[in-house]
Design a protein around this ligand. Structure first.
Ligand code: NAD
Length: 371
């Protein structure tokens, strides 16, 4: 491609990224009816498990992002994905050779969707290969690792984004808009209830070496992250209490249930629950001087449902992973600024809070936070 055409395509990408209609508006349907010939983020997925599969399916509807490569340790999965998504042999890697992706001009970014404890090394290797990285949550298993990943991406001059799909969810964004524009008044309280009853005791999510912890790493992180974007401030202290009813299934270092509380600089407080052993827990509630907002369910794959003191939220449901990948393409290729950040620094704050929650559980003391 000549440099002028390249330049024009970049400009078009930025324009389209900035003019992509708000996902809360009806005009988003119109966007998908029009043709698009701007640049496309070409993505390789690393880890072809259940969430990787969901992301790949959702990306089929994307205009600005496309699956062009895979990284997997299972040859049969690679074969299946190759035929389903028309991926050439040259864009297929395993965990031993994916550093060679640096020589592949058909891949702009790698989306790391593997067990939590592997993210650190894999993200750093992708960064060293000079490709942008999208990493699943939790970005790492502690703040020290998270910082190392940010440093590696900065050094390699590649972008690091984290799969916070709720940051693009229309009903969530409407509550954030109402709060920012003062329609709710001063925020007083947030409640985040996040959990499910986990099955198979042999899965990696219950293995400290691969998961880095238990429910907090996997599902409690939604309440942590949600309390920050719903309240609109960073917590300044945390207290936390753990309950374990089944130490056989939830071994040392794998938390079953943790209740935790935050204090915010503006005076608001939050009360949250993270669990692997209760069903029907997916609810956010925000209370403010002039109103309230409730999301129930709040972070599942949707449709998300919610209401505020003004009535039912009616923004349309669009597959979260489709929207996320379109928006991330806009961020990486077009320099778009998301309403709620999805970068490594954002994820590092959650990791610092997780470290503090585990410390509060261990010591039984209130832990101060500086984010
Ligand atoms: P999964 O077990 O279904 O898939 C994990 C994949 O990693 C598998 O294909 C597995 O083969 C591969 N893998 C590579 N090395 C491995 C190793 N040493 N041990 C085990 N598996 C290995 O898990 P998942 O549900 O797809 O979760 C993957 C990541 O995605 C996790 O970090 C999780 O938190 C995140 N996730 C995010 C969301 C979301 O909504 N954002 C939803 C689900 C999972």
């Amino acid at each position: 491609m000549n440099s002028r055409r390249d330049f024009l395509q970049k400009i078009t990408a930025a324009a389209i990224a900035f003019h992509l209609p708000s996902y809360g508006s009806a005009s988003v349907g119109e966007f998908y009816k029009t043709s698009y010939d701007g640049p496309v983020l070409r993505v390789a997925i690393m880890g072809l498990g259940s969430y990787g599969t969901r992301v790949a399916e959702a990306m089929q509807a994307c205009k600005m992002a496309k699956l062009t490569g895979v990284i997997s340790g299972t040859p049969s999965k690679i074969k299946d994905w190759q035929s389903k998504y028309n991926i050439p042999d040259a864009n297929c890697y395993d965990y031993t050779n994916f550093d060679k992706i640096k020589d592949n001009p058909d891949i702009d970014a790698v989306y790391v969707i593997t067990p939590n404890a592997l993210h650190h090394d894999q993200v750093i290797r992708v960064a060293k290969a000079g490709k942008h990285v999208i990493c699943e949550k939790p970005m790492a298993i502690n703040a020290r690792e998270g910082q190392e990943m940010i440093d590696a991406c900065n050094k390699a001059k590649v972008k690091l984004l984290v799969g916070y799909r709720m940051h693009f969810e229309p009903k969530t964004l409407e509550i954030i808009r109402m709060r920012k524009e003062g329609e709710m008044g001063k925020v007083l309280f947030f409640q985040g209830l996040c959990g499910f009853r986990i099955g198979d005791p042999t899965q990696w999510r219950l293995n400290k070496q691969l998961a880095g912890g238990g429910s907090m790493m996997d599902i409690g992180i939604y309440a942590i992250n949600g309390s920050r974007y719903m309240v609109g401030e960073e917590p300044i202290w945390v207290t936390a209490q753990e309950t374990k009813t089944n130490p056989e299934k939830f071994k040392e270092g794998v938390d079953e249930t943790i209740q935790f509380q935050f204090g915010f600089p503006g005076g608001a407080v939050a009360s949250c629950l993270s669990t692997y052993n209760m069903s029907n827990l997916d609810r956010f509630f925000l209370d403010a001087e002039k109103g309230f907002a409730e999301l129930l369910p709040s972070t599942g794959y949707g449709p998300i449902r919610g209401k505020t003191h003004k009535g039912e939220l009616t923004q349309p449901h669009i597959t979260h992973q489709t929207v996320q990948m379109e928006e991330m393409s806009g961020i990486i290729l077009g320099g778009k600024q998301p309403i709620v950040p999805v970068d490594g620094e954002e994820a590092l704050k959650d990791l610092k809070i997780i470290d503090a929650i585990y410390l509060a559980v261990k010591t039984g003391k209130k832990v101060d936070l500086k984010l």
